[in-house]
Design a binder for this molecule. Sequence first.
Ligand SMILES: Nc1ncnc2c1ncn2[C@@H]1O[C@H](COP(=O)(O)OP(=O)(O)OP(=O)(O)O)[C@@H](O)[C@H]1O
Ligand SMILES: [Mg+2]
Length: 228
Amino acid sequence: MTEQTILLDVHGLAKSVPGPRRLFQSLNLQVAAGELVAIIGESGVGKSTLLNILAGLDEADEGSVAIGGTVLGSLTETARTRLRRERIGFVFQAFHILPYLTLLQNVALPLALTFPDGSAANARAAEMLAAVGLADRGEGYARDLSGGELQRVAIARALVHRPALILADEPTGNLDPETATRVLALFANAVRENGAAGVMVTHSDASAAIADRVLTLRAEGLVERRGR
Ligand SMILES: Nc1ncnc2c1ncn2[C@@H]1O[C@H](COP(=O)(O)OP(=O)(O)OP(=O)(O)O)[C@@H](O)[C@H]1O
Ligand SMILES: [Mg+2]
C-alpha cells in the first residue's frame, strides 16, 4: 500500500456507550483511493456507530479520523459539516429520504448545498437515478416506493457529488439478490472509477465478495477475515 494515497486514516479509535459498555478500542483502519473495504460483525457490535464516527456524526472517546489528510477532530463544527457535505457520501441503514421532496430533489440535495446551478445538479441527479434503475421515478415521492427502491435512491444520493469517502451501512439489506448485485456493482464502480475510498457494512457474503478486503469488527478493533 506504500504507493497509494490513503484517503481514510483511522488511529487508535475507542468508543463506549452509556452502560458503561466499551464497543471497541485500539481500532485502526486505512483505506486507499479506489479501495472498497467491507466490515462485518455481530449485531450490536458497533458497526453503525463506527460509520457515524468516520462521517463525523458521532465522536470517539479516543483516537483520530483523517479524511484526505484532514483530521476531523481538528475542525470546527461548521468546517466538519462542510467536509461531510463535500467529501463524504453516506448510505444510512435507515434511508433518510426526505418525504416532502421529490426523489429527484432528494438525489440532487448534496449538489444543491454546494452548487448554485440547479439545472446541472438536476441533470446529474437524473443520471444517478437512471444508474440505479429509477429513471422514470424522479418526480415521485418516498411514499410511492418500496424499501428496495428507497435504498437505491439513497445510494444515488450518496454518490451524486462524487465523494472522496463513501460510507454505506447495509446498502443491499433490503434488495432482492438481482437488484443487490446490480447496486453493488454500481457502488464498487463508483469507488474505483472516482478513486474514492469505500467502507461498507454488510451481513451478506455477496456484498463482502465484491470488496477488496473484508474486516470483522470486534471489541479489540478490526481484524482481517481469513479464509477467503
Ligand atoms: N446513544 C447510545 N446510547 C446507548 N447505547 C447505544 C447508543 N448508541 C448505540 N448504542 C448501543 O451500542 C451498540 C452498537 O450499536 P450499533 O448500532 O453501532 O450496532 P451495529 O453493529 O450497527 O448493529 P446492527 O448490525 O444490528 O445494525 C448497541 O448495543 C446499541 O444499543
Ligand atoms: Mg447497524
